[in-house]
Design a protein around this ligand. Sequence first.
Ligand code: ADP
Ligand code: MG
Length: 327
Amino acid sequence: MNRNLGEFEIIKTYFSALALSAKGAFNLTDDAAVIAIPAGKCIVVTTDTIVQGTHFLSEDSPNNIAAKLLRESLSDLAAMGSIPAYYNLSIAVNSNTKSDWFEAFALGLLADQKKYNITLIGGDTVATSGPITLTITALGLVDKGKTIRRSGAKFDDDIWVSGSIGDAALGLKVATGKLNQISEANKNYLRSRYFKPNPRTLLGPKLVGHVNSAIDISDGLIADLNHICETSNLGAKVQITDIPLSNAAKDVLSIKPDYIDLILGGGDDFELLFTADKSFQKVKQKLTRALDLNLTKIGSIISGDSIQIFDQYGEIYPLPTFGYAHF
Ligand code: ADP
Ligand code: MG
């Protein structure tokens, strides 16, 4: 039966099962959780909030909402080089949020907990008269002093990206009915890249010690590269033809060439962008094989503070409008 529940019933029925494997979560029955930090490690902490109507729609499946919420944080942990460990979940729900929604949401979290080896250890549950608002604070572990920073890029570093770029932005177009000319298979692929991105949780920790800087692509390829450039006080040049595209994205571009701006500017891919010196080439071969994940060099770090994009004719291509504007 689809019905309304009280705060403690929600915690007990849907969330305590997600905390079973963390002893220090005390089955979500105490005031707070306790975690032991392994010797030589430090904790990386990140928080993300999503709001109904802004970051997801009322009709989105709770399973996809759960995945998007958790994976966003997992991507931040990966970008810093840390391994996922625990998370806290804060939910503000309203009288339209009924048992069916919680059940599907919790099942979505459970599936991702298994996939990414992370465990719920606490949170908060409140009522709101406004839109559903969901917050995750995730904790990852990394060797002390080894976190990868945005600010570490060096002059002449190569710029690398994982996977393929632009799929999520195109997936959002598909999801909102604005990209109908491509095959169903390509539509499904792009949609899933938007709703269920694959945070690079295995790659991030393996980059530790081999790269100089990293960021996850959540605002857009060029916007996030710009974050690396600004914090590192350097510039960058990027070759458009070197940007790795999925077959589906290539198909879209053959029909709508101007969508290249969505690939450069769109966000939510949750791939990793990182910079490293030439010796990374050797590491790259091993990583690609071990993780079955493409790593592609798309440009290099230059002096100055500008980002230059070059098209297939070697001409400067105009910068896309930067990322998603929240305010
Ligand atoms: P307090 O009132 O002392 O802050 P709560 O009654 O809000 O405690 O929460 C009781 C326990 O349930 C705490 O351990 C808290 O971490 C956990 N909890 C509450 N809401 C959630 C949630 N949405 N997900 C996971 N754990 C939760
Ligand atoms: Mg509370």
